[in-house]
Design a protein around this ligand. Sequence first.
Ligand SMILES: [Mg+2]
Length: 260
Amino acid sequence: MPSVPRFAGYLLDLDGTVYLSGVALPGAVAAIQQLRAEGRRVLFVSNNPTHTPAEYAARLTRLGIAVPEAAILNSAQVLIEWLDQQQPGARVYAIGEAPLQHGLDAAGFVRATDPRATDVVVASFDREFSYRKLQFAFDALRAGARLIATNGDRYCPVPGGGEPDAAAIIAAISACTGIACEQIVGKPSPIMARAALARIGLEPAACLMVGDRLETDVAMGRGAGMATALTLTGATSRAEALRTPDAADFCIDTLADLVR
Ligand SMILES: [Mg+2]
């Protein structure tokens, strides 16, 4: 395996890359500390919309990586920024967890309470998804609402398995309405890539995108013109990585390989 050169900026996925369920993955903390000590910019870029940036920053700080909220970008923030440009003040029905809803509230969107008076349905990772929520989305879309989503991940890795993620919610809504999701803003979308590059303040060629998923992390980096590293600490097995050896520029066992 070729060693990984140093980059000015690092975009690091969180779940399955830095930690699993809040427990640091081997080598991750020391590698990130070293990159930051060398003056390299590190931005954490997650599709997971179930926590606020403050919660992510607190979690990383507990693990020994003291970061401000501005070092975190997740799909809920990107969706809120994007929708604020598209349709500010829209009446939104969000199928998602509290941090997404609170973010929408804070940005001035109106909580939709009538499917016939709903501009946008947001599909997201929601561990309290229900038939009632599906019915609202069904009625709203049939009355003309747009369908957008924070992220398209099939599942979120947790120790020993995974939790069904936003792809399942999008699929349920699309299955009963026949309406495809208009926009998924999370990785691998260029919307997320643009937001991340703006936040880190570097050109794509100066950045390495590091993550555990080919179809989100690596695909976004590739699409945006960044170098990419696939880590085998999460959703992608060694066997899967070997089947597509050219999928990422680098394949690493853990984040420790970034500073070897
Ligand atoms: Mg991941």
